[in-house]
Design a protein around this ligand. Structure first.
Ligand SMILES: [Zn+2]
Length: 349
């Protein structure tokens, strides 16, 4: 069996076999909850003294409490002092700079857990775990939908195109569902867009699919922006992007993203590259289309009809955004970068 735990690469930090093993205990989860609540209630003061922490967790047996605290120490909690907490970040964690995966349960430095001058605070990993538990990210819910969405071409400005009669996608309406914390946009059986919306946020919006669409669209846009900036949305490592030709899929002209740490990150239609390009944002804005707020599935140029193949090897495409009076052409390279733009009046083109 191969995998991250069996790597022989000495430069790769060793990943614990089960990073959540130390969380499988009510006392330890309560320690995280108390530190998290303390952080939330005290703004920037992240560190809680040992005595207060033990008192609030409510464990009389000091040895027993120390044992559980040691299982978290260095992984989900860390030592801190009052002065150090001033450096707490706006994310609410401690310094977050040392989330080493080796527990310190058996080291000498962990024996003085009852120090009266120092205290404990959440590491960045501890904060993330406590936050996920706090917002009920794991909560199950009833599925919603599907609901049929309006035809995007009815919603957006006149693009000057007249291709709806030979557009096979017009045969199937767009539908939206919310299930297992994910909003999905489909055309027929084809999944076009998907993004998680936390159950707490969905409940706050009444669990109505239509109410979730703006949230899902914005979150999806932000995730794709990270891909377009070569940042992995999960681990923040640099990623690689590649143009792909996918004739058997709903869209033929797509791109994929891959992270060396996390693997495949999915992808989308190549037209999505326009949503972060300043020339496209300005051009569309001048023609009444706001790329920063339009639901992503309503963008008219996210369509194979807007794509022209300029070169096969290396692959190079042209994306055309068109309105009645003008067109904007964007040249997209094999690694999904826009390298050239050109505006033309339709009378000239
Ligand atoms: Zn990653």
């Amino acid at each position: 069996m191969t995998g991250p735990n069996t790597t022989t690469d000495e430069t790769t930090p060793k990943r614990p076999a089960d990073p959540f093993k130390s969380l499988g205990n009510e006392t330890r989860l309560e320690i995280l909850r108390v530190l998290y609540d303390h952080l939330q209630s005290s703004s920037r003061e992240a560190t809680l003294s040992y005595s207060t922490l033990r008192s609030e967790v409510g464990v009389e047996d000091k040895g027993n409490f120390n044992y559980h605290l040691r299982q978290l120490d260095g992984l989900f909690v860390e030592r801190g002092s009052g002065t150090e907490t001033e450096a707490a970040t706006s994310t609410g964690s401690g310094t977050g700079s040392d989330t080493g995966t080796e527990t310190t349960a058996d080291t000498d430095s962990s024996t003085n857990t009852d120090s009266s001058t120092d205290g404990y605070r959440l590491t960045f990993a501890g904060f993330e775990i406590a936050k996920v538990i706090d917002v009920d990210a794991w909560r199950s819910h009833e599925p919603c939908g599907p609901v049929v969405l309006d035809n995007p071409r009815d919603d957006c400005v006149d693009t000057g195109r007249n291709d709806t009669h030979d557009d096979p996608t017009a045969q199937h309406p767009l539908t939206a569902t919310y299930e297992d914390s994910v909003v999905e946009i489909r055309r027929g059986d084809d999944l076009l867009y998907a993004h998680a919306v936390r159950p707490t946020g969905a409940a706050a919006r009444g669990m109505a699919v239509d109410e979730l669409l703006d949230t899902a669209s914005t979150l999806w846009r932000h995730t794709v922006e990270q891909l377009l900036e070569t940042i992995c949305p999960y681990c923040h490592a640099p990623i690689e992007r590649t143009l792909e030709y996918t004739p058997n899929r709903h869209w033929e002209h797509t791109f994929s993203a891959n992270c060396n740490e996390c693997g495949s990150l999915g992808g989308s239609h190549v037209g999505i590259v326009a949503i972060t390009h300043p020339a496209a944002i300005a051009f569309c804005w001048e023609h009444g289309l706001d790329l920063t707020s339009t639901r992503v599935w309503n963008l008219p140029f996210v369509d194979d009809n807007a794509v022209t193949v300029l070169n096969d090897e290396p692959r190079r495409l042209r994306l055309t955004i068109e309105f009645e009076s003008a067109r904007l052409k964007l040249v997209v390279t094999d690694d999904v970068r826009v390298v050239d733009t050109e505006r033309v009046c339709r009378a000239e083109s």
